[in-house]
Write a protein that binds this ligand. Structure first.
Ligand code: BTN
Length: 261
């Protein structure tokens, strides 16, 4: 039986974990402000590549665009330290989204979808957010940190600010899910996809985007655009056909699918 306290101890995560890079070192905090900050500190000290910082609870979780990310007990919150080359940087978001999709599918049987640029949905609602931060010196990547937050065992109805757009694995399934099982599978998938580092990662990401071929509203640079999401490029950018027929490339922004979420 899974309980809210299902263990995220280093031993319970790492015993028998068959990965090459991701999870070589695992640091667990019962509670901390943000795993992103702790992972950046690890990276600055040149922690081994694949170091994972995981917390049972974050008190100042960060989302994209300076937003707050709620991660009470029952959620999964982790950050992974990597030292990729410049050419691999744009694929990190693809790797992370695919790894989350595969691990949720394997552990729960749900069929998650990826929403550009970095959300994973379950039955049309956001179940996971991904944040990639990096430190560049000229053309050299000093480090990159992938942050992943998954709503595993929370009752989203108790959190009014996310309730309209978010869900959790337990809300979808009507039962609790082992955070440890999701995390262990996630580390295996991240490791596999990071080491794969080839064209098929982009192709699989593109083919699993729920966004493509749909009418969307995009908020970027403080403005809102409406159009059809036509394609994505290898650098992860989205090409929109605007309602006036013009084409537009979006590198970063928030997307709403116009017919439903
Ligand atoms: C988003 O959708 O805006 C991205 C959310 C990313 C949240 C994760 S939880 C683990 C890591 N630590 C943080 O403070 N943020 C990321």
């Amino acid at each position: 039986m899974v309980t809210r306290k299902d263990s995220l101890s280093v031993e319970s995560i790492s015993t028998g974990l068959k990965t090459q890079v991701v999870g070589r070192k695992i640091i667990h905090y019962p509670r901390l402000p943000s795993t992103m900050t702790a992972a950046r500190q690890e990276a600055r000290r040149r922690a081994p590549e694949g170091t994972v910082v995981v917390a049972d609870e974050q008190t100042a979780g960060r989302g994209r665009r300076e937003r707050r990310w709620l991660s009470p007990g029952g959620c999964l919150a982790l950050s992974v330290v990597l030292y990729p080359g410049l050419a691999q940087l744009s694929s990190l978001i693809m790797i992370a989204s695919l790894a989350v999709m595969h691990s949720i599918r394997a552990v729960t049987g749900l069929e998650p979808q990826i929403k550009w640029p970095n959300d994973v949905l379950a039955n049309g609602k956001k179940v996971c957010g991904i944040l990639v931060e990096n430190d560049l010196k000229g053309k050299k990547v000093e480090y990159a940190v992938i942050g992943i937050g998954i709503n595993v065992n929370i009752k989203v109805a108790e959190f009014s600010e996310i309730e309209p757009v978010a869900t959790s694995l337990s809300d979808e399934l009507g039962r609790e899910v082992s955070r440890r099982d999701v995390l262990r599978r996630l580390l295996v998938e991240l490791d596999r996809l990071y080491l794969q580092a080839d064209e098929t990662v982009f192709e699989e990401w593109r083919d699993n985007l729920v966004t493509l071929g749909k009418p969307v509203r995009v908020e970027t640079g403080g403005r809102i655009y409406e159009g059809m999401a036509e394609s994505v490029a290898r650098d992860g950018s989205l090409t929109l056909r605007l309602t006036n027929g013009a084409m537009m490339t979006v590198v970063a922004g928030d997307v709403t699918l116009r017919h439903g979420q």
